[in-house]
Design a protein around this ligand. Structure first.
Ligand code: ADP
Length: 164
């Protein structure tokens, strides 16, 4: 049984994230999306909102072997161990992502050498998609339909309305 942890801030969960999860779900027995509870000042959503929203997306668009959890402070390799996962799944959009991810993978290796980082290349359609770009476009009422799952578009629009 090979379980993979897909950890991140997911503020919010995009079609790029969903594509990585669904492709990985065909490779691994189980995918655990772990949403960071460390919400920075720049976060649009609280961790609970992200959990609820991401669960809705996964229920509607992903196979049964994907689940969603939250995690707070701590090493990601410790979370993986606790969940019985031996893979850290990450997505790569560009060489900039790769530089960063190589360092993270090496750092995680120093903490637990039994846990492997495995990367999937972003689909071409989603290479430009990032949570921060989405937030910028949302501020100016941009069209988010090619970047976000429908469930997330509604939540982002509502959040931006409330902030005004
Ligand atoms: P973090 O704060 O950990 O970078 P993110 O939510 O931004 O969290 O991203 C989580 C993971 O998803 C990272 O591996 C990131 O590279 C990947 N990712 C983000 N956007 C995309 C995308 N459009 N296509 C593929 N992978 C992506």
């Amino acid at each position: 049984m090979t379980k993979a942890i897909y950890a991140g801030s997911f503020d919010p969960f995009t079609l790029g994230h969903l594509d990585i999860v669904n492709r990985a779900a065909l490779i691994f027995d189980e995918i655990i999306i772990a949403i960071s509870k460390n919400t920075s000042k720049k976060s649009l959503f609280t961790s609970d909102e992200k959990l609820e929203m991401t669960k809705k997306v996964i229920k509607n668009h992903s196979p049964q072997n994907v689940k969603v959890i939250q995690f707070s402070d701590g090493l990601i390799v410790d979370l993986a161990k606790k969940e019985g996962a031996n893979v850290l799944l990450r997505g790569l959009r560009s060489s900039i992502d790769m530089e960063y991810e190589m360092n993270m993978a090496a750092a995680n290796k120093t903490q637990n050498k039994e846990i492997e980082s495995i990367f999937l290349m972003s689909d071409e359609k989603y290479r430009f998609v990032s949570s921060s770009l989405v937030k910028e476009l949302a501020e100016f009422d941009g069209d988010l339909s090619l970047m976000l799952p429908v469930e997330v578009i509604e939540s982002v629009e509502e959040k931006i309305r409330l902030k005004r």
